[in-house]
Design a protein around this ligand. Structure first.
Ligand SMILES: Cc1cc2nc3c(=O)[nH]c(=O)nc-3n(C[C@H](O)[C@H](O)[C@H](O)COP(=O)(O)OP(=O)(O)OC[C@H]3O[C@@H](n4cnc5c(N)ncnc54)[C@H](O)[C@@H]3O)c2cc1C
Ligand SMILES: NC(=O)c1ccc[n+]([C@@H]2O[C@H](COP(=O)([O-])OP(=O)(O)OC[C@H]3O[C@@H](n4cnc5c(N)ncnc54)[C@H](O)[C@@H]3O)[C@@H](O)[C@H]2O)c1
Length: 442
């Protein structure tokens, strides 16, 4: 049995960051990854990078197959770079195999050819990510015309007609992307509208723009049954009995923590009701020497929150542990629609419910000089502030470059910079950020 100072299970964002850090501190580290096509994790291989690349190429008029080929090249390059960033370190060993816990301190690694090896460590870090969660449906769910986000982006032939089940992040981003490539896209949404938790004005703008771009929404229905009709057609039966036939179905119905087969029953690690690994404020599990980082625990499922999980663990191991899960504030996000939508903080209604003296301002992007240069007049920016204290409470940006601008808003909120500072700041010109002069004029 080989003993390590640390074993990290999964080559995800937090796992690889921690592996590099620990090896740099002279810890003997084992990083175990079950799939050679996943070095670098979900983001690089099957998620953020390939989907945003395909979106970029779709919106710039590329042909689908050429974009998929370019995506494959970029992913391979990044995967290789990621592998070497750990495998080439003196104190780190990358194991190709599936990790299974035998006890709180021992892991069995099973490689492709069935060879098994037991490793032990003082500290173990679980970073196994999440997998697509497909609701229990009747019918031909194993059909080759049923896709997840992972399999659809590898398909080289563009489906003429695509049905997307689910109107969350993946549903709306894939609808935007495949519609731009030229597919006829329908999105099945169980609620009576998309983005229920978002500001109503912004939600209405996004829905209007997506509809105008040609995306069809079927609201208030669930997918209940799937039936393969022919070699090229597949039908989804909805809860109202209506049928929707297309050439491909994408399930974008959420992602669940990847704990299956990890052997957690052999440890003192407990799961939450949602099936995620239960952690405390320092991401320590119910076994003192085992930590969980990234999508495998409940909560946010983003690459940057996974990276931030690494910071929490690092602070706990080597510093005062002051930076913990609860001290993480103002988690922002971007949905890469066209244009993208980004948010941090509260809506006006939420702010009032929390008792703030809140007010808001909104600014249509058609009134911004840069929009005319960009030839993109769609979009709406909104800001919510506390008029008593000057605190920025929420920023909701639907428009070009919102994925960048939101970081500026988050920075201001994290550091308690009053909204008047963003209002009175001198920005260069003509750029999107100068919108803040007007947006924060509340
Ligand atoms: C289509 C899509 C688009 C997305 N777009 C964005 C985006 O634009 N921005 C953003 O911030 N987030 C995005 N996300 C979310 C983001 O990809 C994830 O939150 C993030 O990658 C999770 O990283 P992680 O650190 O939890 O681990 P992961 O990167 O998921 O890594 C887990 C690794 O563990 C391995 N593994 C699993 N079980 C075992 C085992 N038993 N033994 C050994 N290895 C194992 C897996 O093979 C995998 O490589 C997207 C997700 C999807 C699906
Ligand atoms: N830009 C980004 O940062 C980005 C992009 C993609 C994914 N992600 C991450 O990946 C996670 C997973 O994304 P997702 O879109 O799969 O999940 P999601 O939770 O955002 O959306 C899932 C949707 O599926 C619907 N649904 C469930 N069962 C259904 C059924 N039978 N019929 C019709 N609809 C059904 C749900 O109502 C929900 O709206 C996200 O939570 C996000 O953290 C992030």
């Amino acid at each position: 049995m080989t003993h390590f100072d640390a074993i990290i299970i999964g080559f995800g964002k937090a796992g690889k960051s921690l592996a590099g850090d620990l090896a740099g501190r002279d810890w003997n580290v084992a990083l175990i990854e079950k799939d050679k096509t996943m070095y670098g994790g979900t983001c690089i291989n099957i998620a953020c990078i390939p989907t945003k690349l395909l979106m970029h190429d779709a919106l710039n008029g590329s042909e689908y197959r050429a974009a998929v080929e370019r995506k494959n090249g970029v992913v391979e390059r990044l995967r290789d770079k990621n592998y070497h960033s750990i495998a080439d370190l003196n104190k780190a060993t990358v194991y190709d195999g599936t990790a299974v816990f035998i006890s709180d301190k021992e892991i069995e690694v099973e490689t492709e050819n069935g060879k098994k090896e037991v490793l032990s460590a003082d500290n173990i870090f679980v970073n196994t990510g999440a997998e697509t969660s497909i609701p229990p449906l009747e019918g031909d769910i194993d059909s080759d015309k049923v896709y997840t986000s992972t399999t659809l982006i590898d398909e080289e032939i563009l489906p003429d007609k695509l049905t997307i089940v689910g109107g969350g992040y993946i549903g709306l981003e894939f609808a935007t992307m495949y519609n731009a490539f030229g597919s006829e896209v329908s999105v099945i949404v169980p609620a009576d509208e998309i983005l229920k938790d978002e500001d109503e004005d912004i939600r209405n703008e996004i829905t209007k723009d997506m509809k105008e771009s040609g995306i069809n929404f079927i609201f208030g229905e669930r997918a209940e049954k799937v039936k393969e009709e022919s070699s090229s057609n597949i039908t989804v039966t909805l809860s109202n009995g209506r049928e929707q036939t297309s050439n491909a179905i994408l399930f974008a119905t959420g992602r669940k923590p990847n704990t299956k087969g990890l052997g957690l029953d052999n440890t003192s690690v407990q799961l939450t009701e949602n099936g995620g690994i239960k952690v405390d404020n320092h991401l320590q599990t119910t076994a003192d020497n085992i930590y969980a980082m990234g999508d495998v625990k409940d909560g946010f499922q983003f690459t940057y929150t996974s990276l931030d999980d690494y910071r929490i663990v690092k602070t706990h191991l080597f510093d005062d542990g002051e930076y913990s899960y609860d001290s993480r504030t103002n988690v922002h996000y971007t949905m890469f629609t066209d244009p993208p939508y980004s948010r941090v903080g509260l809506t006006l209604q939420e702010a009032k419910e929390e008792g703030y003296e809140a007010d808001e301002n909104s600014m249509p992007m058609s009134g911004h000089p840069r929009s005319h240069i960009n030839n993109e007049l769609r979009g709406l920016f909104k800001a919510v502030v506390d008029t008593e204290s000057g605190k920025i409470l929420g920023v909701h940006l639907y428009g070009v470059n919102s994925e960048e601008l939101i970081n500026l808003a988050k920075l201001a909120m994290d550091h308690d910079i009053p909204y008047t500072v963003l209002r009175d700041q001198m920005y260069n010109h003509p750029v999107m950020s100068e919108a803040f002069n007007t947006l924060f004029d509340i």
